[in-house]
Each structure stands twice: as C-alpha cells, then as structure tokens.
Design a protein around this ligand. Structure first.
Ligand code: CTP
Ligand code: CA
Length: 225
C-alpha cells in the first residue's frame, strides 16, 4: 500500500468515487450484471490516496482486496449506489465516476424465483438514474470526472458525454477489442477536458491509474489555483 503524503498535490482533498459493476436484481437469486472488474477504479482510488486525498469509495461487488481508502461503502444495485453517492456528494471536492453503472434495471424484481417455462421470457427494464450527471449538476458541486467506455467512435462519444453531462474531465477507453478494457490487466486512456486532451498509452492499470491521478490533480489544481 502507498502511504498518503501530507504534502501531496491532493492533500486533504475530499474525493468521492464509484467503482466496479452494479447488479440489478431480477428475482431473489438472479441479477443483470456487466464485465467491470473494478480494477481501474480501485487502482485509481489507491493512487489518489497516494497523492494525499481523503477517499470515500462506493463500490459494486468485485473480487478485489479493499483499497486503503478512508471510507469503503459496498453496494449492489445502481439505486443503492445512487443513494450512497447522493448522501455524500455535497461534502466532497472531487467526484469520480469509475463504476460501470447499469443503465437499466428490471421494473420490479420478482418476489420469488422465476420458474422456467416452454416459451420465451421477457423482462421489462426501466432507466436508472445517471449518478455522474446528477453530481455534476449540483451547485455548488465538486470537480467531476467521468469515464467513457466505448466500442467505437471513442473520442466523439466521450466528448459528447463531457459536454452533455457538464463534466470537468473524462477518461475514454476502447472496450470490447483485443487488448485493454474491462477484463484486462492493461488499458489505455484518452483524457479530455474543455480545450485540451492527453493520451495515456497502453500500460498496466496500476501505472495508468497513477498517471491519471496525477493528471486529475493537475486539472483540479488548475481550477482551484
Ligand atoms: N454513469 C453513472 N450513472 C449511470 C450511468 C453512467 O454515474 N447510470 C457514469 C459512469 O460511471 C461513467 C460515465 O457515467 O463515469 C459514462 O458511462 P457510460 O456508460 O460510458 O455512458 P452513458 O452516459 O451511460 O451512455 P451509454 O452507456 O449510452 O454510452
Ligand atoms: Ca452506460
């Protein structure tokens, strides 16, 4: 573990983060999930602690050891993650949405285990709240950082999200390809903000997280200079 530096660039900065996947209940024994391992978010949380930040991490279920954060909040569904974030958001300086939040959830989870039948099964889904967009819309709100996982048109879609959600910074990566992304140890990012961008090339998620943390600290410092 990295020890927090009292003279780090994020010394005493209160960071609230999400990481990992969410699980959307279908019935008491089943859920809809996604392929997020939580690795990038956990590595970023640890890197931010190393820069002096006081980190609260709201995490979906992962197989990873707990990072050395000040507060760790374990949740399952997007609605639980939303509640955990919104109750803490007004007290943070910097918010980072690294979770792969399910965009939809089953309208109403079945109270009992769904039994199979001969025909098809349909599950009606409703939209989940957009946690990142809601935090970004707070006023006064924290400096907000989002991630954008895209299979194609990575930069265009990421810039669209930066503008539409009113973020200060977005880290975009290509998923579903040969290297990098959700289940990989390695990843590459293109980081975008209003008027600038930086390429962080393919490297281990641990190294990438450290570089991203330094860049976030730089942009955050610029804002609070
Ligand atoms: N996010 C969030 N709450 C949601 C959906 C997304 O906080 N309900 C956050 C993610 O943590 C990420 C960013 O928004 O930081 C972008 O997520 P992404 O899935 O790439 O974008 P969406 O806006 O959901 O758009 P789409 O999935 O249609 O590409
Ligand atoms: Ca999404």
């Amino acid at each position: 573990a990295i020890l927090a530096r009292a003279d780090g660039p994020l010394d005493a900065v209160r960071v609230l983060m999400t990481a990992g996947p969410t699980r959307e209940p279908v019935d008491p024994v089943r859920f809809l999930g996604n392929r997020s391992s939580g690795r990038m978010g956990y590595a970023l949380a640890e890197a931010l602690v190393g820069l002096g930040a006081e980190v609260a991490l709201v995490t979906g279920p992962t197989a990873l050891p707990a990072p050395p954060v000040a507060e760790l909040v374990r949740v399952e569904s997007a609605l639980e993650m939303h509640a955990a974030v919104m109750s803490r958001a007004s007290g943070c300086d910097l918010f980072i949405g690294a979770a792969a939040v399910a965009d939809y959830r089953p309208v109403e989870p079945a109270g009992r285990k769904i039994k199979k039948d001969a025909g098809e099964l349909s599950i009606r889904l409703v939209r989940n709240p957009d946690i990142l967009a809601e935090v970004a819309a707070l006023s006064p709100g924290p400096f907000t950082v989002g991630f954008a996982a895209e299979t194609d048109r990575v930069i265009a879609y990421a810039r669209g999200k930066l503008e539409k959600k009113g973020l200060d910074l977005i880290a975009a990566n290509q998923v579903g390809g040969e290297r990098g992304g959700f289940e990989s140890q390695d990843n590459a990012l293109t980081v975008l903000w209003d008027g600038g961008s930086r390429e962080l090339p393919m490297m281990t998620k641990t190294r990438l997280a450290r570089e991203l943390a330094v860049l976030i600290a730089e942009r955050y410092g610029e804002r609070h200079a």
